[in-house]
Design a protein around this ligand. Structure first.
Ligand code: KDG
Ligand code: MG
Length: 411
């Protein structure tokens, strides 16, 4: 089965998505997600200029060989642009293989290990009342676990509060995530000391309102030093978090060794990691509890399965990155992996907007708090190319942080 055609489709139904569409001589179509939030066109160029010409005429069944060829033959390895491009090829080839076999991808990965994947949603609010409302809304939507993010007194705009995306002076949500359309990133503010004082009081209030059973998560979004993160993990121990995510910047992995020495709060990291090798030390030294890799930015389904099998040796579980900047194709890819592996942990699920769901038709379901990729052959996602054509690319950037004295800080 030969790859005959390869197209890169950019569409912005609620936000920008980059999709690779491969077609074989047998008429099978495979989709891969290559969306890199805020840097989308760099992956379009990598695919169009350097990858697509190498794919035409290749055997579509040779997924592992194609992955290794694209990874090793470039000489320049890793990085989000390269790995998003390779990831899109890998997903599209798994999609094709599933369609050729007449099976959903999870069957090719070993079959289902569970009936569905527990999902967590993003509950947030500028203050406690808004946060409580948001937690209730999420429970009504069927979520059995939630991520908790709140405003911090004295700070105007911080990561993770859904209704704070200010566009043209008005309040608007950009497909439920923080990238904003425009030619320059929006500026947010940050103060770690205020955050460290405030956050334990939030979790104390949430626990006393909602009880001990609801699994609660929190995203530190890379903003603390190791000792600050250690202090936070310790101060949150009474509230029994499911995980504390990205408590320190991802580049310094040794930081987690220090955090680990001080707290039993479970740690999750990896949404900006690109390869299995980025997890080598963290997994083998058992410095984390959950792998946050996303199929899209991690080179696709093949390496995601490999890193999870490696993590399984150490009782480390999955918690794949699932914000709305992972397209329905990338999201489906990680649902198939999550359903098949034994060491599934939890799946982030923010939910795409209506126009996105109309552009990408999905067999996925969300019932009783559990996600399932569906049983359509392949990944279970179809791209309506006419619908996609209605929504041209729009420049959008993620925000950045400054401290009170003007210093740029991790966002
Ligand atoms: O593109 C950046 C977002 O994907 C990121 O800010 C979301 O941290 C995130 C999360 O955990 O979903
Ligand atoms: Mg995160």
């Amino acid at each position: 089965m030969i790859i005959e055609r390869a197209e890169v489709i950019v569409t912005s139904p609620n936000r920008n998505f980059v999709t690779l569409r491969l077609q074989t001589d047998e008429g099978h179509v495979g989709l891969g997600d290559a969306t890199l939030n805020g840097r989308e066109l760099s992956v379009v160029s990598y695919l169009k200029d350097h990858v697509v010409p190498l794919l035409i005429g290749k055997d579509a069944h040779r997924i592992e060989d194609t992955w290794q060829f694209l990874y090793r033959s470039a000489y320049w390895r890793r990085g989000p642009v390269t790995m998003a491009a390779i990831g899109a090829v890998d997903m599209a080839l798994w999609d094709i293989k599933g369609k050729a076999a007449g099976m959903p991808v999870y069957q090719l990965l070993g079959g289902a290990s569970r009936t569905g994947l527990m999902a967590y949603g993003h509950a947030s609010g500028v203050d406690l009342q808004a946060l409580f409302d948001s937690i209730r809304e999420h429970r009504e939507l069927g979520y059995r676990s939630v991520r908790v993010q709140t405003g911090v007194p004295g700070l105007k705009a911080i990561y993770g509060i859904a209704a704070q995306s200010v566009i043209d002076g008005g309040l608007e949500r950009y497909d439920h995530e923080p990238a904003r359309r425009g030619a320059y990133p929006a500026e947010e503010d940050w103060d770690t000391r205020s955050y460290l004082h405030h956050l334990p009081t939030v979790f104390e209030a949430v626990r006393s309102e909602f009880g001990p059973d609801l699994p609660l998560l929190h995203d530190g979004h890379h903003r603390m030093t190791p000792i600050q993160a250690a202090k936070l993990g310790k101060s949150l121990e009474p509230y029994d978090l499911f995980w504390l995510e990205d408590c320190t910047p991802a580049e310094n992995q040794d930081a987690l060794r220090l955090v680990r020495q001080h707290t039993t709060t479970p740690l999750a990291i990896g949404e900006i990691f690109n390869t299995v090798w980025d997890f080598q030390t963290l997994i083998s030294e058992q410095l984390i509890d959950y792998v946050r890799a996303a199929s899209t930015h991690f080179g696709g389904i093949s390496p995601l399965k490999k890193v999870m099998d490696f993590a399984a040796q150490y009782q480390i579980k999955s918690g794949c990155h699932g914000p709305t900047d992972i397209s329905p194709v990338g999201f489906a890819a990680q649902l198939h992996v999550g359903l098949a592996i034994h060491n599934f942990g939890i799946q982030e699920y923010m939910q795409h907007g209506e126009r996105t769901n109309a552009t990408f038709q999905q067999s996925m379901t969300f019932e009783n708090g559990l996600l399932h990729p569906g049983d359509n052959p392949g990944l279970g996602v179809d791209l309506d190319v006419d619908e996609a054509g209605k929504y041209p690319y729009e420049q959008a950037y993620l925000p950045f942080n400054r401290l009170a004295d003007g210093t740029v800080h991790d966002w």
